[in-house]
Design a protein around this ligand. Structure first.
Ligand SMILES: *Cc1c(COP(=O)(O)O)cnc(C)c1O
Length: 297
């Protein structure tokens, strides 16, 4: 291992009268504390990719994402820290926002391409990039090396849990958790909250990453209209949660996850004595695109 970050991601217990009433315990794995920009699961997904890129002698990282992508910013920051050049290929027309500007500050070159071209990323990479020194990283960091990095969320755990909960975009993090749970023979159930609408396909995607899916319960009802969409109910929930816990969450990923968790707790989904852990996957810069709509006055 050449490139590494010292990981600080404690398991912290949360307190709420509801948890006492339902006789359960709730903990959060603070992957948001790993790094402010190479945040949460994005570092875990990049780690083995960066090392492999280095091993192959590649000097440039090329990756893909939408205009508010946490993965784009994480790749830019990691490239800067570990001595790579980076190119971010952004879906759609040219835009400016704080996430992309911070990526540029980390030295990333941005290329905006139309949505049609963007659909076949591997082809675009082949046709536009010099493969001798550029390393391809898929949208969201999805890859089998990323799964390997995410498995370590499970191997780091210091306690046993009956349930682990995580949000899902590409499902790569969930795949890593599923592999970790299986390889350690844990009795832990894995609950996955997709942030996209109609996301039943995610189980197939997880299977494609060679992860077991029989232990996964997919909760597809907490997408709030789709990717990066939110509603007043979710925004109000986030305000309440953040002000009571001191833990910042955002509406694109962890907000939907924690909302779903509380909803399930209220509906007695978890048996008495359950020890629940949810993974805070970071990505708090995503909040910057939502603050104006959160009715904070
Ligand atoms: C990218 C991201 C996810 C989704 O992770 P997948 O491995 O793609 O499912 C979840 N949470 C945050 C904060 C993210 O930035």
């Amino acid at each position: 291992m050449v490139f590494n970050l010292p990981i600080y991601s404690p398991e912290e217990e949360l307190h709420d009268p509801l948890f006492i009433e339902k006789q359960i315990q709730v903990f959060v794995k603070r992957d948001d504390k790993i790094h402010p920009f190479i945040s949460g699961n994005k570092w875990r997904k990049l780690k083995y990719n960066l090392n492999y890129a280095h091993q192959l002698g590649k000097t440039n990282l090329v990756t893909f994402g939408g205009a508010w992508s946490n993965h784009i910013l994480a790749t830019a920051a990691a490239a800067a820290q570990f001595g790579f050049k980076s190119i971010g290929i952004i879906r759609g027309e040219e835009v400016k926002n704080p996430v992309l500007q911070m990526a540029q500050l980390f030295g990333m070159e941005l290329q905006f391409i139309d949505r049609q071209l963007y659909k076949d990323k591997a082809l675009y990479f082949q046709e536009h990039v010099d493969e001798s020194n550029h390393y391809f990283i898929d949208e969201g960091g999805r890859s089998s090396l990323a799964v390997k990095g995410c498995e370590e969320i499970i191997s780091e755990l210091t306690q046993a849990y009956s349930h682990v909960l995580v949000s899902a975009g590409t499902g790569t993090t969930a795949a890593g958790l599923a592999v970790g749970i299986e390889s350690q023979n844990l009795a832990t159930k894995l609950l996955v909250v997709p942030v996209l609408k109609n996301a039943d396909f995610i189980l197939e995607d997880i299977k494609e990453l060679n992860a077991p899916i029989d232990n996964i319960n997919l909760l597809t009802e907490y997408h709030f209209g789709g990717y990066a969409k939110t509603k007043k109910e979710l925004n109000d929930f986030i305000k309440d949660f953040v002000s009571k816990s001191g833990i910042l969450i955002e509406p694109t990923y962890t907000g939907k996850l924690v909302y779903g968790m509380f909803d399930l707790i209220k509906k007695d989904y978890f048996p008495k004595g359950s020890r629940i852990l949810f993974v805070h996957t970071g990505g708090l810069t995503g909040l910057l695109g939502h603050l104006d709509k959160m009715n904070l006055d």
